[in-house]
Design a protein around this ligand. Sequence first.
Ligand SMILES: [Zn+2]
Length: 324
Amino acid sequence: MRGPIVAVDVGGTKIAAALVGANGDVWQERRVATPEQGLQPLLEHLLRIIDELRALVPAPVRAIGLAVPGVVDAATGTVLMAANLPWRDTPLADIVALHTGLPTVVGNDADGAALAEVWYGSAGASRSVVCLTIGTGVGGGLVIERQLVRGRQRSGFEVGHMIVDPAGPVCRCGSRGCLEVLAAGPAIARRMRAHAGGDWTSEQVIAAARAGDTLASRVLDETAAHLAVAIVNIWRLLAPDVIVLGGGVAAAEDLLLDPLRRHVAKLSPGRAVPPAALRLSTLHRGASVLAAAALVLDAYDQDREALPIAMGGTDTGNLLGSSR
Ligand SMILES: [Zn+2]
């Protein structure tokens, strides 16, 4: 397939959209707040963004990809339900395809994130990848032998609700001690409030740890300890080539990765997870739109071995599809 993809990540609070070239170059990225007034304004907003991006390139856009935080029927592109979005059984792919006349793929954002690691990111040479996106919640995507594994009832790979401490706090899903309620951004903020008082965001905790605040470092260490339980269990179940950490919390980089590797080694001394198998996503900027673009590649491009893995090119030739 040639020509750029219009890729849109539709979140509950913001929409990110961009043109994505053949090598994963992200162009004309825009981020806007998600309209709050309901289904019709949201759809009109999305179609307007797609039309604007299409008008910016001389080359024909080859397809539209949309990543949503919800349950999607991958065969039809119907959004069955989505977190914080007014979609119930909404035939989103049909609506967008009818408006644009272009092939349209709609999928779960965490599935897209795992595919993006394989198509564009650090997991390029790997056949089996687990991707954990740690932000406001914890999303998970699973690719085995380069095939996306969709979870039971198409709800995705629900690793965020893996129980890592049955005596832990109650999660929004009703269980206690899910990975999400112990390791996502709000858990980091909550832990810091308990130690230091005051009001914190996870970004502020990470910045404080980077500036040498020992309490903030302790909070990241405690977070890493919970995350390590999930990592060791994932490793024992699946032994993927790589486990990739992405999302806002992964922006802590070594401040999280170093204690995480230490806790993983402590939990699993005999059957260690190779340090190189535990990585940070290299798709920082533009990762969310690359997830939407990767859903298109997964649906349409089967010749994965032939895909050139290259990052961050700025050659407009790539955008126009001349590199494939
Ligand atoms: Zn849960």
